[in-house]
Design a protein around this ligand. Structure first.
Ligand SMILES: *Cc1c(COP(=O)(O)O)cnc(C)c1O
Length: 390
């Protein structure tokens, strides 16, 4: 057994152990049992050390509550990932990239998990059914980017990870490999020198980490991130906006700045998904816009991730921006800067075209490109009929 596996075994993985640690005042063992039965619980030593007191942001992320059993309007598979799954373990939603679930387990289990319908259950993310996934990826030359997810891919052994990398690198059209993992926060010991040596052979390999609160960037986590960066793994971070954890512009700003300092480029802030059992984590969308507004201009642009909603029902990620534009017409754009000051940008004197739906790089004839019909100048240009569909 490797060192990180031994550390994993020291995790708290039952309500009884949790009650022993925090006391029966803090843990209602009988009341929480259904929540525990409904979804895995495990809190690694690293995650446990981040909990300072009952009900703090770290506690809220990992300790089940009875609210998990309130099913409001959440659904089991809110992003319809299974609807876009051509073979087991693959979700192919976007034109040129695919999601490949390679591990059913995580080091610690986040209570707001969007994939809780599967995670923790090796029958739903089967390890013995990789073949059809590799065959699918090989048969689809348009896929140039494969995102390994789960569960947490870093819960696999180096041997199994290397097998996956080798199989993917045998497919010429796969340009980049991404790993989605929360391990740098949960089990930083997993980022071993052996792993770092191994991963170098399969570059470009990116990792999207997952940090939600500045106190997750412990010295051990920062050291793990540093080992990955030194191994040439570009690091991003996918943060989830969570009530009672990080729904505060100051907290988010500190998190983003600390990430950058640890050589992690913040990538996305997600609205919490409408997942059954996760209602108590959701905030209003305005909170996310407020946070982006508090970042843009006020700190390094590198510290400003895209704020997105992963569209329920499988529409994919859609970015939302605070409103900076006040008016846009053929002569000028009127907008406000981060301080709220008003500015005007003059439009160039050229015919304007906008592309409609579909691939914006496709030839115009197939792509529904129409001149904007504004004012008298546009009226003087020949009209082109707008096609429907693409
Ligand atoms: C998020 C996601 C991706 C990757 O999207 P990017 O915007 O390229 O990071 C790919 N497939 C699915 C199903 C996803 O949910």
């Amino acid at each position: 057994m490797s060192d990180w596996q031994k550390i994993l075994h020291e995790s708290i993985d039952s309500l009884d152990k949790l009650a022993t640690k925090f006391g029966t005042d803090a843990i209602d063992v009988d009341g929480l049992k259904p929540a525990f039965d409904n979804f895995q619980m495990r809190i690694t030593p690293a995650a446990l050390a981040q909990i300072k007191e009952v009900g703090d942001p770290m506690w809220n992320q990992y300790v089940p509550t009875v609210q998990e059993l309130d099913i409001v309007d959440g659904v089991i598979d809110s992003l319809d990932e299974d609807g876009d799954s051509p073979v087991p373990n693959i979700t192919h939603r976007y034109p040129d990239r695919a999601l490949f679930l390679v591990s059913p387990v995580c080091a610690s289990y986040c209570r707001f998990c969007t994939r809780r319908r599967k995670v923790g259950d090796p029958e739903k993310i089967p390890l013995n059914q990789y073949d059809s996934a590799f065959e699918y990826l090989a048969a689809h030359p348009e896929i140039r980017d494969v995102i390994l997810s789960g569960g947490d891919p870093m819960m696999l052994s180096d041997r199994r990870l290397e097998y996956i990398f080798q199989r993917l690198r045998a497919i010429p059209h796969i340009e980049i490999i991404r790993i989605g993992s929360r391990i740098t926060s949960h089990l930083p010991e997993r980022i071993t020198d052996e792993f770092c040596q191994m991963v170098r052979k399969y570059h470009p390999v990116y990792m999207n980490t997952h940090f939600n609160h500045p106190s997750e960037l412990t010295p051990a986590a920062v050291a793990a991130l540093s080992r990955l960066a030194d191994a040439g793994v570009p690091l991003g971070c996918q943060t989830v906006l969570l009530r009672g954890v990080n729904d505060d512009p100051q907290v988010m700003k500190e998190l983003m700045q600390k990430l950058l300092k640890a050589r992690v480029r913040p990538y996305y802030i997600y609205m919490a998904d409408q997942v059954a059992g996760g209602e108590h984590f959701r905030t209003q969308v305005e909170k996310g816009l407020e946070i982006v507004k508090a970042l843009r201009g006020w700190t390094s642009g590198l510290a400003v991730p895209h704020f997105v909603i992963d569209a329920p029902g499988g529409g994919g990620k859609v970015p939302l921006l605070p409103e900076y534009v006040e008016e846009i017409n053929e002569d000028e754009v009127v907008f406000r800067n981060y301080e709220g000051k008003r500015f005007v940008y003059k439009q160039p004197r050229q015919p304007i075209t906008v592309s409609g739906c579909g691939d914006p790089l496709a030839p115009a004839a197939q792509n529904d490109v129409v001149p904007i019909q504004i004012g008298k100048k546009a009226a003087a240009r020949p009209r082109r009929r707008r096609k429907t569909g693409s």
